[in-house]
Design a protein around this ligand. Structure first.
Ligand SMILES: CC(C)(COP(=O)(O)OP(=O)(O)OC[C@H]1O[C@@H](n2cnc3c(N)ncnc32)[C@H](O)[C@@H]1OP(=O)(O)O)[C@@H](O)C(=O)NCCC(=O)NCCS
Length: 191
């Protein structure tokens, strides 16, 4: 656990905070788990050098904001994954949301919904975004259900975009507008 655990956007069950060097080993364990990665890309294990390069890249990027997600329900906060807004268009005021809970034991406990809720609020309120969008595989029922609960609407479908474990996957594009979020249309998924 990082020294900075607990610092950041503190919610009831999760805290979004800066990713620190101390987190890298756990994060590498997450991305080297094929069961976790099947929801994002073709599996390709990474080594400590690649992880370090990634850390340098996200630490200096000006078009993305990354967070570690800590489960703060226990006395000792525990790192369970990451979420981010990437490809931030500061003029067009749009960004892509991504989330990965790498600790499989934490799945299905509404921690992803809560983390996204805080990230979306940060995107609209602090970054002054107008639109947040995302990509999700059509087979990822849990993620789609979560995004719908948060108010995201399906905006498109890219057919057979990637092949994971021999199965051609469609990619669903979803989007959430600031006005929808503010009007409470996105209320269902809020913690
Ligand atoms: C997708 C992910 C972020 C969801 O977070 P989570 O904490 O596991 O999900 P939640 O507990 O918040 O559940 C979200 C919704 O999905 C539902 N759900 C849970 N498991 C489900 C399943 N196997 N199938 C369908 N729906 C499911 C929940 O009931 C909940 O819906 P509800 O609010 O209407 O009850 C997380 O599981 C994860 O990171 N998975 C691996 C990587 C990934 O898929 N990332 C997203 C890529 S786009």
């Amino acid at each position: 656990m990082s020294d900075q655990a607990g610092w950041g956007i503190r919610g009831q069950n999760v805290c979004l905070r800066a990713i620190c060097r101390d987190d890298l080993e756990s994060l590498r364990r997450f991305v080297n788990d094929p069961e976790v990665m099947q929801y994002s890309n073709v599996f390709q294990p990474i080594n400590d050098y690649q992880q370090e390069k990634w850390f340098e890249q996200i630490s200096s990027a000006t078009d993305s904001v990354w967070f570690a997600i800590d489960d703060v329900r226990r006395e000792e906060p525990q790192l369970i994954g990451t979420c981010c807004l990437v490809g931030i268009d500061w003029v067009g005021r749009a960004a892509e949301l991504r989330i990965r809970i790498g600790d499989r034991e934490a799945w299905g406990q509404r921690l992803g919904s809560e983390a996204c809720h805080h990230l979306i609020t940060y995107g609209f309120q602090d970054l002054n975004l107008e639109r947040i969008w995302l990509r999700v595989f059509a087979s990822n029922a849990r993620a789609i259900r979560m995004y719908e609960g948060l108010g995201f609407q399906v905006e498109g479908r890219l057919r057979r975009t990637i092949t994971i474990k021999g199965v051609a996957e469609d990619l669903i594009l979803m989007g959430l507008l600031r006005m929808e979020w503010e009007s409470g249309a996105a209320g269902e998924g809020r913690p």
